[in-house]
Design a protein. Structure first.
Length: 244
């Protein structure tokens, strides 16, 4: 499914699109049948970085454990059906020097927001290290500071994982997600509302870091579950964005 989604997304990239390697992307984390094609539309823009990117800093929300911190895992690798991805232990030590960053394996054990991205990373970038960070209720500047500790150069890609609106009717979700996408493209962290994206704290932190580094944000896809599978009475929104 990941391979096919990427192949389809590659065909849909407009001619003449900038091939400069992104510094960061934002993408969804629902089941692949719902949001896989939206995630692929961001990851396909990362393909030119396959020989350059050595580390992926992966940040997303805590769905199952209440956190007021950023949680790293103590493990040395994350496993998927495509094999293992080594955890960047140097990066882990670097972020642990930041306030409110803790080792908490509970936050990672059943957290899908990060794990669904791993096969995309493996397919697009191959054997790279990852630094999975589960972000709880944290101030925007604090999350940005954590990212700054591992920002690095061209060898580091940042991936923020988030879905958008949840369980609204199709028309309402489409309108609200468009507003959220406009805030993300404008790089206005605080304009991404708490009820507009489940990964709001991770996204806000990335946008604050992006402003500091003067990155530009491009929206590459914006859909919802009603466009992919299921009915339109209650949908979940998905967007993908590229930051250069």
């Amino acid at each position: 499914m990941v391979h096919n989604a990427l192949a389809t997304a590659a065909r849909d990239v407009p001619d003449g699109v900038e091939e400069r390697i992104p510094k960061a992307i934002i993408g969804p984390h629902a089941g692949y049948v719902y949001s896989g094609s939206v995630a692929a539309s961001a990851y396909v823009r990362v393909v030119p970085g396959r020989r350059t990117i050595e580390r992926v800093v992966l940040i997303g929300p805590a769905h199952r454990v209440a956190l007021d911190s950023v949680a790293v895992s103590s493990v040395d690798a994350f496993a998927t059906p495509l094999g293992e991805l080594a955890v960047d232990t140097d990066g882990r030590q670097a972020v642990l020097s930041c306030p409110k960053v803790v080792i908490d394996d509970r936050a990672h054990t059943k957290e899908h927001s990060l794990e669904v991205h791993l096969p995309f990373i493996q397919e697009v970038l191959g054997d790279v290290a990852v630094l999975p960070l589960v972000v709880g209720r944290m101030p925007t500047t604090a999350v940005a500071d954590v990212l700054e500790a591992v920002w690095g150069g061209p060898e580091t890609l940042v991936v923020a994982s988030t879905d958008l609106s949840h369980y609204l009717d199709y028309a309402t979700a489409t309108a609200l997600d468009r507003e959220t996408a406009e805030a993300i493209v404008a790089c206005y962290p605080e304009s991404v509302g708490l009820d507009r994206a489940c990964g709001v704290y991770a996204v806000r932190g990335l946008l604050a870091a992006a402003r500091q580094h003067r990155l530009e944000v491009e929206m590459v896809d914006l859909r919802n579950s009603g466009d992919a599978a299921g009915g339109r009475e209650s949908v979940v929104g998905y967007g993908s964005f590229v930051l250069r």
